[in-house]
Design a protein around this ligand. Structure first.
Ligand SMILES: [Zn+2]
Ligand SMILES: [Zn+2]
Length: 324
């Protein structure tokens, strides 16, 4: 091949802007956007993520992944017949959360998706760093628990049966391998394309970007021209995950498409992974899901503030999301 010959889009023959190794296709910007939208639609269909006539609550962080998820899902509402609303959780992390919040709001405005914001400081009186210090737990684990709790609570109060999460292929592959190495096999079940809800107090979860690479979510957001937060959370610390990511990136480099094949076989194998030993129970204080008698959110707020806030929060969250 003549090295000077211009590389052309596989769809329209115009100059290509991007080559996707895993698909062995070149695309111009427009056809790249089409292609990724198609990948999201196929992923949603393949794993039967969205029931016709249902309502989906998308969790929007202000980062490129969830923004790309919102952009693509908002284009599919008519075709796949569902209603889409969004939620952003302001975690109060200095120098990070206010930017994330304004970007999340802007993406919702651009897509025309109705949204609500839960502000942790307004709701609890503490932000993530303060909560983490008070209960002496690492900020990332507190943050994860708070986000899971509030998102589920919002989903229950909005009355949706499913929340959509912006996790992409690369992160999911890392978490799955990490859980495999640690033999947390039950946790691998929770990382599939879809988890079912439970009895009106645990909403189901879907991951429309299950088969979309991280690099593609960043390109999608930048080609569309939407803002996204590129800053990493300042509290974030990686360790094992980084090593696993490097290993998996090497596998992908050697055989493009490896991660997609890996996640597809995980999705097929998930039914064979062990179920949690105990049934999901309800927190005796707030009624939300709990492994033991009292949920982690009620326990955390009890330690930090002297009283469990779960139940009190339900009323506040109900009022905030009632506009959706
Ligand atoms: Zn093209
Ligand atoms: Zn509780």
């Amino acid at each position: 091949m003549n090295p000077l010959r211009e590389v052309l889009c596989s769809r329209c023959g115009n100059p290509a802007a991007i080559y996707l190794r895993y698909a062995r296709l070149n695309f111009c910007k427009e056809h790249f956007l089409d292609y990724i939208l198609g990948r999201v639609e196929n992923t949603v269909r393949r794993y039967r993520m969205i029931r016709s006539g249902s309502r989906i609550l998308a969790a929007i962080s202000g980062g490129k992944d969830s923004s790309t998820m919102l952009l693509t899902l908002s284009k599919l509402t008519g075709k796949l017949d569902f209603d889409l609303v969004a939620l952003h959780i302001d975690l109060g992390i200095d120098g990070y959360s206010s930017e994330a919040r304004s970007i999340a709001e802007e993406v919702c405005r651009i897509t025309g998706v109705r949204y609500a914001i839960l502000d942790l400081e307004d709701l609890v009186g503490l932000n993530i760093p303060e909560l983490s210090r008070k209960i002496r737990r690492p900020p990332c684990s507190v943050c994860g628990a708070v986000k899971r709790y509030l998102l589920n609570l919002a989903g229950v109060e909005v009355g949706v049966d499913t929340v959509a999460l912006g996790h992409h292929l690369d992160d999911l592959a890392v978490y799955i391998v990490k859980n495999f190495l640690l033999q947390n096999l039950e946790d691998i079940r929770k990382l599939g394309p879809k988890t079912e809800g439970y009895d009106g107090f645990l909403v189901g979860r879907i991951r429309p970007l299950y088969e979309v690479y991280e690099r593609d979510t960043a390109l999608y957001a930048s080609f569309v021209g939407i803002p996204y937060q590129s800053m990493e959370c300042p509290l974030h610390s990686m360790g094992v995950e980084d090593r696993i990511r490097t290993f998996l990136d090497g596998m992908e480099e050697d055989s493009p498409g490896f991660k997609i094949a890996f996640l597809r076989s995980i999705a097929r194998s998930i039914p064979k992974y062990p179920q949690p030993q105990s049934e999901v129970r309800r927190c005796s204080l707030c009624g939300m899901p709990s492994q033991s008698g009292i949920c982690s959110f009620c326990r955390m707020t009890m330690r930090a503030l002297g009283k469990p806030l779960g139940l009190e929060l339900r009323g506040k969250v109900r009022e905030i999301v009632s506009k959706l």
